[in-house]
Design a protein around this ligand. Structure first.
Ligand code: F6R
Length: 260
């Protein structure tokens, strides 16, 4: 696992957007897995700017969703389908044809989950999966004690996550209890995992995920199993890392050509 400590979220966003742009130059139809929430917004802003400046052609890129609320009506502005279309797909000049996600409105949720895992495999797998981290250590919506081998399935959100996400709704009562999330086993199949964490509120979860034991109690610790996992954190989110000095020195000495 590589840990890159940056001064702020804009710098982290630009760094990850550069990695995505490099990937699209090598593989124009790369499948980019995206996360929602507040953390990844600087990534999408930086990537959109790079595309608009003509520095990379994203017209063949494919975008896929990490997770989705269950039970929100189709087209609800806070469904993750709507959010990803608004924040990623449209700004990159793409359409719904380039986009795939689990169906949070399906009557048969189990079938929708299995269909999404199959669709990801049929698409050739995710090339780069961007992840955020919950204050409780979740990735996607794999809450604590999720199986490290899990596939896409329905999960129940913790109260902590529902409270964290209440800011996107008119209060806690409106936050769904259930979600469809790529499983940890599904996430680990992506070729490159990039987790971005910013702000002091994420510092404990980051320290446990990066330096703690591999444990289902901290789902993000599953990144320790991945051969190409990059954790990008700002100074605040890195503030409880014991090895912060080592991570800084390692990145400072890294040859530019290696990229992320
Ligand atoms: C959302 C997702 C979640 C978020 C996490 C952090 O698609 O997968 O794991 O990344 O809850 O959310 P923010 O960035 O809003 O703190």
């Amino acid at each position: 696992m590589e840990v890159v400590i940056v001064k702020d979220s804009a710098t982290g966003g630009a760094l990850i957007a550069d990695a995505m742009a490099d990937l699209l130059r090598r593989k124009p139809d790369a499948l980019l897995g995206v996360a929602t929430g507040s953390t990844p917004l600087p990534v999408y802003e930086a990537l959109g700017a790079t595309v608009r400046a003509g520095e990379v052609d994203a017209s063949h890129a494919r975008i896929c969703q990490l997770d989705e609320y269950v039970g929100l009506p189709a087209g609800h502005p806070e469904s993750y389908r709507s959010v990803v279309l608004r924040q990623v797909v449209e700004p990159l000049g793409l359409t719904e044809n380039s986009f795939m996600g689990p169906d949070g409105t399906a009557q048969d949720v189990a079938a929708a989950c299995a269909a999404y895992d199959q669709a990801l495999a049929d698409a050739g797998g995710v090339d780069l999966q961007l992840l955020g981290i919950g204050t409780d250590g979740h990735i996607g919506f794999n809450e604590p004690c999720s199986s490290l081998a899990s596939r896409t399935r329905i999960k129940t959100l913790t109260q902590q996550t529902r409270r964290d996400n209440a800011r996107f709704f008119n209060g806690l009562d409106e936050v769904p209890h259930h979600v469809i999330t790529q499983g940890i086993g599904t996430i680990l199949e992506a070729r490159h995992l990039v987790l971005l964490a910013t702000g002091e509120a994420k510092a404990d979860a980051v320290a446990l995920a990066v330096e703690g034991p591999l444990s289902a109690l901290v789902p993000a610790s599953a990144l320790q199993l991945h051969p190409h996992a990059t954790v990008v954190v700002d100074d605040a989110a890195a503030s409880r890392l014991k090895l912060a000095d080592y991570f800084r020195a390692t990145y400072a000495a890294k040859p530019d050509w290696q990229g992320l």
